[in-house]
Design a protein around this ligand. Sequence first.
Ligand code: AMP
Ligand code: MG
Length: 361
Amino acid sequence: MKRCFFVFFMCLFLTGCGNAVREYSAVDTAMGTVVTQRIYTEHEDVTEDITVLLLDLEREELSRRKVGSVIGRINAAAGSGEIVVLPHKLQQELIFLQEFSQKSEGAFDSSLGGLCKLWDIDTWATKTDSPGGSAQDSMPNSSKDSTQDSIQEGPAVSGFVLPTPTEIQAALEHCGYEKISLTKEGISIPEGMVLDLGAAGKGIACDRIHAFLQEQDVEAAVISIGGSVLVYGDKPDNTVWQVAVTDPFHQETYIGTLYLKGTHFVATSGDYERYVEMDGVRYHHILDPFTGYPADSGVVSVTIVSDSGMLSDALSTACFVMGADEGMKLAEEYDAEALFVLKDGSLLMSEGMEQIYREYR
Ligand code: AMP
Ligand code: MG
């Protein structure tokens, strides 16, 4: 496991009752992406515990590439009739995602692993932005598949071969969330199906970290896992959190900033995060479960703010597939705020988003 871990603690604030609130920061890699942490606490530094939590979550539960993970075991048992027993939290999360797939009318589908393999998304290059950023609490990094084993950098893959329509149809035969059998006993999937939680894993990780921060009595924190960001509590200096929204057309900069008070979960899905280009066409990593091809809904990025990491992450992917009009309706149903960047560069945002978003000039 690639790890380049460093931690440093910065300044001290003295609270009224005399307890020092310290600020700790860390940059690490986990879940195939850059993880940045800033934590404010009176207690011990927990940044390393959070990194361990993420690595364990990936290895033991979410990664489809780890044979011993729960998802790996479900995939290995596909078609055998074996019912794999789920840890309680993961069971709740998968139940939520199944309902979400239904609500999104299939735009979000956790069973697209075979299709992702056919497109060979794992081998596509991703851009690794440097984390952190000037006045911002969080500069969104390019988001990668949350269950990726190692970060890959560099130019798009040479020798990319476009799957044929026949291959795509054959892969689609093995997809379909409604074919997953999920009961209180456990889960089983049909032969040939491959579960892939890449579209919700980083959000699930943010939820797990949120629970951990509460348990550890941490005062405030900002944690960024690729395109998913958790801002937690109130900053000790009482300023608001600032989360930058990447410019999908120029990823080295950002189009605007979200100003957030208290705890929120932000997720972005964009066509610039992982892709290959061939003959002037960009093939990106967010697939349309109906066509089997990269989604082409007129959207280039979607940013969601909600009170759940998993919901924000799942919504950003579903909204990308559904397009701005249908996606906005779905976000509204879940009381989430949405910001769509369209192909022509125009923005569409929910009313609540207008209150928290400021364009960068
Ligand atoms: P995200 O960056 O959160 O939008 O998630 C994209 C990742 O989720 C891809 O790399 C795939 O692993 C997986 N994926 C792609 N398309 C879909 C989809 N329509 N529904 C669910 N997962 C998807
Ligand atoms: Mg997502």
